[in-house]
Design a binder for this molecule. Structure first.
Ligand SMILES: [Zn+2]
Length: 329
């Protein structure tokens, strides 16, 4: 029998950790499932990535309520992926009035948000339990480096004062998607990277810009963060762990893309490119959470980019399954 598609066989719940990293910064992590970050000020709370569904968001909200009763006014979308943005509506009852994203993210939601929603729901049935509560796509109200007509506009870099703590938000460059955005609490040295950095978990690159990603990681390295909440994997504490997380992600991206370029240069087909890539990736990353889920999507995109396709193709539920079937032995 062929391997179950994406994460369809992954139905065991993860243990969630909600931990304090600095006076105002918290990490909500779940053993390799998508993480969220929380910044708690004297007046307002900000959530960076808001989980896959309103139901999951309520769990995060309950944990925030153990330490703060302030309105969760700001929701930051680090990028457009459904597992990170479709829980947003749960925060409206908690005082959310601004949903922040970059211009690149806004454009991708408009262009492919619907297809991404369907595709991710099929890939991650566990994360999308109770998906019937999702009211539709999550639209930003405040767009960095652009604007939503008639709604919020913001410059390329935004600083939000939550009361006693300021959060800097900007897009350091393309990588995991076009328009990935980070939150940086400089005074406390805490960085919320979204999926630009992962640690000991799969690095999904199905919508990535692989050639540009290392330079974007270099921008993050320059911040010299003391703690980092990655997109997946445990919170990184101390400069050594932060450096290790960035290096882990860079190694994945560079190994994958090197293999794809070699495959393209030798005119391999996609299946041969997959086998070629496995020779380098399996020994290093083969045992990390969600590796087998990510690899087919990653090789597909890396191979496209290596052959000169600048813009990642849109994944649809149908394209997902076709690609998956074509890469099984
Ligand atoms: Zn993502």
């Amino acid at each position: 029998m062929s391997k179950a598609f994406a994460s369809q066989a992954d139905l065991a719940d993860k243990k969630i950790t909600f931990e304090q990293l600095s006076p105002h910064c918290w990490a909500y992590t779940a053993e390799g499932d998508p993480n969220s970050g929380v910044i708690i000020g004297d007046k307002y709370v900000m959530v960076s990535d808001c989980t896959a569904t309103p139901s999951m968001a309520r769990d995060l909200i309950a944990r925030i309520r153990t330490v703060s009763d302030k309105p969760i006014k700001y929701v930051l979308l680090t990028h457009y992926h459904a597992v990170r943005v479709l829980g947003a509506s749960a925060y409206f009852k908690e005082g959310a009035s601004e949903i922040i994203a970059s211009q690149g993210t806004y454009e991708l939601i408009a262009e492919r948000g619907k297809e991404d929603m369907q595709s991710e729901m099929d890939r991650f049935p566990r994360l999308f339990r109770n998906a019937e509560e999702i009211p539709g796509l999550t639209w930003p109200t405040l767009v960095i480096g652009g604007g939503v007509p008639g709604k919020g506009e913001a410059p390329g870099r935004l600083t939000v004062d939550l009361g006693g703590v300021r959060v800097q938000i900007w897009s350091p460059g393309n990588g995991h998607t076009r328009g990935d955005t980070i939150a940086w609490v400089e005074e406390e040295g805490v960085l919320f990277s979204g999926d630009l950095v992962e640690y000991n978990a799969g690095v999904y690159t199905g919508d990535a810009h692989l050639a540009e990603w290392p330079a974007t990681l270099e921008q993050l390295r320059k911040l010299n963060a003391q703690a980092l909440v990655p997109g997946r994997g445990e919170a990184l504490k101390g400069r050594d762990q932060v450096a290790a997380g960035i290096a882990y992600t860079q190694r994945w991206v560079e190994t994958l893309f090197r293999c794809a370029k070699e495959a393209a240069a030798q005119n391999m087909d996609l299946k041969a490119a997959m086998a070629h890539t496995r020779k380098s990736m399996d020994p290093i990353f083969g045992n990390v959470f969600i590796y087998e889920h990510c690899l087919p999507f990653d090789v597909s995109r890396a191979y496209d980019e290596a052959r000169g396709m600048a813009i990642p193709r849109v994944w649809t539920a149908e394209r997902d399954k076709e690609m998956w079937a074509s890469l099984q032995d």
